[in-house]
Design a protein around this ligand. Sequence first.
Ligand code: ADP
Ligand code: ZN
Ligand code: ZN
Length: 732
Amino acid sequence: MPLSEIGRQAPPGEPGAAPRATCRVPVVVEAPQHSGLTGPLDYLGEQAWPPGTLVRVPLGKRVVTGVVWSAPAGGDDEVAFDLGRLKPLTEVLTGLPPLPAAWRQLVAFAATYYQRSLGEMALMVLPPELRQLDAEQWARRLKRLDKAVAGSSAELAALAAHAGDETVAAGAVGPEALPTLTAQQADALTELATPGPKPYLLWGSTGSGKTEVYLRQAQRTLDAGRQVLMMVPEINLTPQLEARVARRFAGRQIVSLHSGLTPAQRLRNWLMAHYGHADIVLGTRLSVFTPLPRLGLIVVDEEHDPSYKQQDGARYSARDLAVYRAHLEKVPVILGSATPSLESWFNALPPAEGGTGRYVRLAMPARVGDGIMPTVRVLDQSKAPKGVAGREPPPLARELLEAITQRVERGEQSLVLLNRRGYAPVLHCSDCGWKSGCPHCSAWRVFHKVDRSLRCHHCGFTERVPRACPDCGNTDIAPVGRGTERLEEQLAEVLPGARVGRIDADVTRHKGALEAQLASVHAGEVDVLVGTQMVAKGHDFRRITLVAAVNPDAALFASDFRAAERQFALLLQAAGRAGRDAGVAGHSEMWVQTWHPTHALYQALRRYDYADFARQQLKEREMAGLPPYASLAMLRAEGKTQEAAQAFLVEAVQAVQHLADELGGITLYPAVPTPIQRVANVERAQLMIESRQRVALQRLLGAAQPLWLALAPQHRRSGLIRWAVDVDPLSI
Ligand code: ADP
Ligand code: ZN
Ligand code: ZN
């Protein structure tokens, strides 16, 4: 049936409800959080439109899109209701099947859990186009989509055809030969053959064949006539996975969903999923909300990745919502990682080992095909010769430089990681002490040599580099420290003849630039690749036999309690980029250039002992009362002054202190400036709320929300700009 015909038929009424000429229709609309509107608004409809129907309704002077949220209760309550007071619905977007009950439940849960209004949550997770079209535009759009859907099989064949090394003849997408499973893959799949209600944590080394396990389980799901939702942390990783999935499931309908699609593509793919046409949906965090009428499996790859947490607006965790959704829809969920988040790890540890045992752990420690992880070499910087007085030390220690030179001579590739882009983090005048601060932020502006600019990485404020010191006129202002741009330049100098390339957010800003740069690495046109964490993730490099982290120590002493966990994951993932081809695995190396070689993190990394690292971390977290042993929420405020931001937080705490005392086990910490206190001339402060019990925290926040909403307006007058709650914050 063409899309434009689906749902044309009269919508089914609520079972048992007698048809009525007019009735109350509760509709959820997008309303700003501070409006205090949390639930649906009532409108007048010609009939009881089923919950999940999309409608257009008047709101103030505008007409906005909304979702019919529930059926009128019926009975006496309904009769007593004064229908005459209600405004009628403007129009109904017929042609779109109602959003399913499971979708509404997920949205309602997310709104409650993350302390946002229902309307904001519900509308935010719909494709942007859907929120803007009126009924007429909608009908036209559906007509066009019919053609797009018909053409999608051809599109997929084309995708599979240029999908990578295993060439598939254009137009003829045949089934690929399946690899023989490793013993560990086979064991994992045996467990997954009869999935129980618990989430699965697939803990497998990089290159252990986790993706193969996802694909086999996906095959079972498709065979059972169900849909698969596969999530990856970053847009950059979707084309690669999409190609692999397309090769495996020739003839199946595969769509992707992420913010890099055009609005039209996103709407089309979302509709394919919602109509049940799409068999597999691949997407980033926003895809967790995709309505899937035949959902049968959820996969969250690299489940530890911070990108699964939305960092503004409704700060939801797609990983956690995926677990909730799987529970709600009674389908299995697989969380996969070589370095699971400590939360997931804790849940997958049996109670006898101090965990909760809520998840089932499937372990795959071995790499496929006798692949071994590179040897870790921890290089003690404190023993290295110091730079000549007044000059900066060389970027790489002598031993490391030699090891890279050997690779260049052998025609192998090296990856040098530095998590700081730009040329130098700051410019400095040695005469008067001037530094390139940002006038709008409490941060330095970074020197970018390529266009001789000083750029603030927080507010974006950019200026040409001054010829002379703005304070004293000294013409000798110099870069201090080193970013990827400078490292690239320095490596080219000390490695004459080597082809040095770079991948970071600056070089890949333009569409297609990342793909082009990756292709040239794959084609062997680069000997030494300098990059930020962007390259450490997921990319399947074949010829890299050396990975070096040249400045990894900052994370050891960061105030953020998750910094070490993130750094361990990053380094291990980076190590996984080396020696992926069995032929070169034997002499692959991971170098760590550090001032703290005996630090427990590096010692665990040396042995690739995630379990041991997790044990240390969990012990520290338990003693400090931090997640996963406690639940956190962060109340953040922004103001014209730091005082204004903090004043709101102080009163916000006072307003709920008695509640916290009643509930027990809750600590409200003092308000403090955020680590970067001022961004774009806005002062920021925050306050941490810690609770031994998740439920108690939820109760407190639920009760606090209306109090804080009531408190905010008076503070606005004295300089509060905005405030928000971040539940389960990632960074503190
Ligand atoms: P992970 O997702 O754990 O990093 P992948 O699933 O990407 O690992 O597997 C790594 C490589 O090994 C891929 O090139 C994949 O095609 C290959 N592979 C996976 N399983 C097998 C197997 N059982 N036999 C041979 N090769 C395999
Ligand atoms: Zn000066
Ligand atoms: Zn700035």
